[in-house]
Design a protein around this ligand. Structure first.
Ligand code: ADP
Length: 565
């Protein structure tokens, strides 16, 4: 092209102009001779002009062809793009929509022109789209913008698109044209919505259940936490959570638990309860569960949940306290009831003994000695004394008969309930109870409630014997074991023990060393255990305190023995 231009410029060079002006001067001197030369030149000039016009036409044609070819090329590229492409005049009127755009919407190129494309937008998104589009035109400075809208497909279905517009400016910064692309983000948007929905669901479920979640990668100090986690720990949502920050909230007694988690000293799923001290000094009780998973590259990732169980603990404690109070009341009531009935049963013979003894005394001390009458009165004393002892025997018989209930009782299980009942009392008295249960279920045949009464009585006595022991040394060890068909349950306390003198009377009715003690607990317990063909025993410990326990035949042994008899 530049070669052709050179030629064109050569033809119209100043040389030609110079020769024309000198020819004019020569015409003034030699007019006839030169007139033919001028005519020649004119015709040559005309030829040259024609040639130039011809070349110019060829050039224009070639230029148009090239332009058409490059426009075709651009269209081909545009139409092969996966997104829907369009362009618009600086005033916002669309002048081109790609084939994909037209295929998707089912619109014709003509109907999409100008502002026709808006007909394909969801009615709810038209206002927003127009506002943004017109705002972009009005600003003149903003070079690009994006908006998410629903665009109708040829079959009437709307899908979400990300519509982006870019300004094309000339060298002076004036917008020449707008180019735009619409990218289908429907599936991504639905997936995002789904994720958002399930996150909301999870978050409200966590709030309702007072459960927060957290995770961290092995070797890292920062944790990723759910909103509820922040709430439970009383931390500002979104702030960075490190193990150090968590430790500030954890009760000093439970910090080693957190540190061992930090140092990853566990492989199996881990669970523990801990106490938190909140900013206002209040306490929270939390249950923490964590599991470990191996992630890419062999590193470990840890996922956990934290549940605020403060209310649960409080109501459990209140329930245990209520049950213990109820049991104590029932215990006292039954003891009181028994004492009242004993008093009633025994008071008559006692009154008879007293009256007859006084009568016998009078007859023996009177001037005229009435031996017969005195010995009659003494016989009545003996009769009433026997009646009184009958009352006690009948009471024991009552338990002996009730002891014939034949259910299989798991002693460990029954003991567990008794301890549960006494949990708040043990806590209040600051007694540390440790258990050494038998490795396998330890079963006897008998009356579960009566056996639990014995356990409760032994436990109460152990608690009472610890009253004078310093708090730090108050311990009760409970063991159950089975040897050669015999099961044993014992309670070893660190209390004051008993004297060798008292040891002979411990199981007697109405023997008590406690102020206000009734002294019938051990006596009834012994009746119950004997009714179960067992032995109730007591011994002092070598290092202080006493051990009370009972031996019973194991259920399997009883069955075998029973079947043999
Ligand atoms: P009470 O508890 O009303 O005194 P018990 O029959 O239960 O009646 O107990 C009788 C006595 O046995 C108690 O007063 C106490 O002297 C003694 N005793 C029972 N248990 C223990 C124990 N664990 N340690 C020391 N002495 C005990």
């Amino acid at each position: 092209m530049s070669n052709v231009e050179m030629r064109v410029n050569d033809e119209e060079s100043p040389v030609t102009m110079t020769s024309t002006s000198s020819a004019t001067r020569k015409t003034e001197d030699h007019a006839p001779a030169l007139s033919s030369t001028a005519a020649d030149l004119q015709s040559q000039n005309a030829l040259l002009r024609a040639e130039i016009d011809d070349l110019a036409t060829q050039l224009r044609m070639r230029h148009d062809e090239k332009a058409a070819a490059s426009e075709e090329e651009v269209k081909r590229i545009v139409n092969s793009m996966p997104m829907l492409v369009w362009s618009a005049h600086p005033n916002g009127m669309v002048d081109f929509s790609s084939e994909k755009w037209l295929d998707y919407t089912g619109m014709t190129a003509e109907t999409a022109l100008g502002a026709g494309w808006l007909a394909a937008f969801h009615p709810d998104d038209v206002e927003l789209s127009l506002r943004r589009w017109l705002g972009l035109m009005a600003s003149g400075a903003v070079e690009s913008a994006e908006v998410e809208v629903r665009v109708r497909r040829y079959d009437g279905q709307y899908r979400w698109f990300l519509v982006s517009a870019y300004a094309f400016k000339n060298g002076s910064g004036v917008i020449q044209r707008w180019f735009g692309s619409n990218i289908d983000i429907h599936d991504r948007k639905l997936a995002e919505d789904e994720v958002r929905r399930s996150e909301m669901c999870l978050s409200s479920a966590q709030r309702i259940g007072n459960v927060g979640s957290f995770s961290w990668s092995g070797g890292e100090d920062t944790l990723r936490c759910s909103e509820e986690f922040y709430r439970i720990l009383g931390l500002e949502v979104g702030t960075s959570v490190t193990f150090g920050r968590i430790l500030e909230r954890v009760h000093p007694d439970g910090r080693f638990q957190v540190m061992s988690l930090r140092n990853q000293r566990f492989a199996k799923p881990h669970e523990h309860e801990n106490r938190l001290i909140m900013k206002d000094g209040s306490e929270k009780c939390v249950l923490v569960k964590i599991s470990r998973r191996e992630s890419v590259g062999g590193a470990f990732a840890y996922h956990g949940a934290i549940a605020d169980i403060t209310e649960k603990r409080k109501s459990e404690d209140a329930l245990a306290q209520a049950r213990a109070d109820l049991a104590a009341v029932a215990h006292a009531a039954s003891m009181g009831e028994m004492a009242a009935s004993i008093a009633h049963e025994v008071s008559q013979p006692l009154l008879g003994i007293l009256t007859n003894a006084e009568l016998a005394l009078r007859k023996l001390s009177s001037e005229n000695l009435r031996i017969d009458e005195a010995s009659q009165a003494i016989r009545r004393v003996i009769r009433d004394a026997n009646r009184a002892s009958d009352v006690i025997r009948r009471l024991r018989d009552l338990y002996s008969r009730r002891g014939s209930a034949h259910e299989v009782v798991d002693l460990n299980d029954a003991l567990h309930e008794v301890l549960d009942l006494s949990r708040s009392e043990l806590k209040r008295e600051r007694i540390a109870v440790s258990r050494e249960p038998s490795l396998r279920a330890i079963q006897v045949k008998g009356d579960r409630i009566q056996l639990q009464q014995v356990m409760l009585n032994l436990l109460r006595n152990a608690i009472e014997s610890l009253a004078s022991t310093p708090e730090a040394n108050r311990t009760i060890l409970i063991r159950t074991y089975e040897t050669a068909g015999q099961v044993t349950l014992l309670l070893e306390d660190s209390g004051k023990g008993f004297t060798p003198e008292d040891s002979r009377k411990l199981f007697d009715s109405f023997f008590s060393t406690k102020p206000g003690g009734m002294g019938i607990g051990l006596s009834i317990s012994r009746s119950i255990i004997e009714a179960h063909r067992g032995v109730l025993w007591a011994r002092n410990n070598d290092l202080g305190g006493a051990t009370f326990g009972f031996d019973l035949r194991a259920a399997t042994h009883t069955l075998t023995a029973g079947s043999g008899s």
